[in-house]
Design a protein around this ligand. Structure first.
Ligand SMILES: Cc1cc2nc3c(=O)[nH]c(=O)nc-3n(C[C@H](O)[C@H](O)[C@H](O)COP(=O)(O)O)c2cc1C
Length: 263
């Protein structure tokens, strides 16, 4: 196995390898999350849960090569029944991170119940740095779980925002979220890779915290690039959406194949 496919530590979380299913449509319910673990993802971040009546499903608006633009982000199930529906995942082969956003009210509504359910960490996501920092503070007051703060790739001063989140009690940083393209539309996939690389490198230079690098990862080389930039683990959303969950095994096989080259 190449260095890149070995077990990694994500702060207090132990992963069998660095590939994580990032928050999105493939992790909205227990069956999908189980399918992602079965496909080989080392950890899964749920689709973002919100108490507000945001849109319930994402629609792809356009796709060009490996980049997609989509509309609709937060899912707002009734929180308690949704968490109860995750009961089959009490037994799971790797860490499960529950994503909450985009406001402090969502943290208040979901964080403690998510901790009682027994997830391994929370990932907090928002539209602005100030809201994100406030969410981290609120979550840290409420739960004793590892907290990952997810930054937008279009935000200025990544390392300063990461520092504020860490100071507020975050355990680690996830970067990048999808990037807004006008009203309620977001871009994800290959176009984000340079942004993710720059953001991870800037945060890793300034802070010791674990980083989940996300954005345009579709190959072993993408994984290696993000790990070399300073990520501890690597999240994928668009690649498994476009090509299926089998992309994990393909990337792990490619990493293993390259082990002789000491990648
Ligand atoms: C259709 C779709 C839905 C998404 N939904 C969420 C979400 O609910 N919460 C979140 O934090 N990120 C969400 N994302 C962003 C991804 O988790 C990821 O940060 C972003 O797409 C960059 O990774 P990628 O290039 O591998 O897609 C979504 C992305 C896509 C494409």
């Amino acid at each position: 196995m190449s260095a890149s496919a070995r077990p990694v530590s994500l702060g207090p979380l132990q992963l069998a390898h660095p590939l994580v299913l990032a928050a999105g449509p493939l992790s909205g319910d227990a069956a999908s999350i189980r399918a992602a673990f079965d496909a080989g993802f080392a950890a899964v971040v749920t689709r973002t849960v919100s108490r507000h009546p945001h849109s319930g499903s994402s629609q792809v608006i356009s796709q060009q090569a490996e980049t997609m633009t989509y509309r609709g982000r937060w899912v707002s199930p009734r929180v308690t029944p949704w968490l109860r529906s995750l009961a089959p995942l009490q037994e799971r082969p790797g860490p499960l991170l529950i994503s909450i956003g985009p406001t402090i009210e969502d943290v208040i509504a979901v964080a403690e119940e998510a901790a009682e359910f027994g997830c391994d960490a929370l990932e907090l996501v928002s539209e602005t740095p100030d809201d994100l920092v406030a969410m981290v503070q609120e979550a840290r007051r409420r739960v004793d779980l590892p907290l990952f703060a997810k930054l937008g790739g279009h935000w200025a001063h990544w390392s300063a925002v990461a520092g504020r989140c860490l100071h507020a009690g975050a355990t680690g940083i996830t970067v990048t979220d999808a990037i807004p393209q006008g009203a309620d539309s977001y871009q994800a996939g290959a176009a984000l890779k340079p942004v993710a690389l720059a953001a991870v490198a800037s945060i890793a230079r300034a802070h010791q915290a674990p980083i989940i690098g996300v954005g345009g990862v579709a190959s072993a080389q993408d994984v290696i690039d993000l790990l070399q930039a300073g990520a501890s683990a690597v999240g994928l959303c668009t690649a498994p959406l476009l090509h299926g969950l089998g992309v994990v095994q393909a990337i792990l096989a490619e990493l293993a194949q390259r082990s002789g080259a000491r990648v």
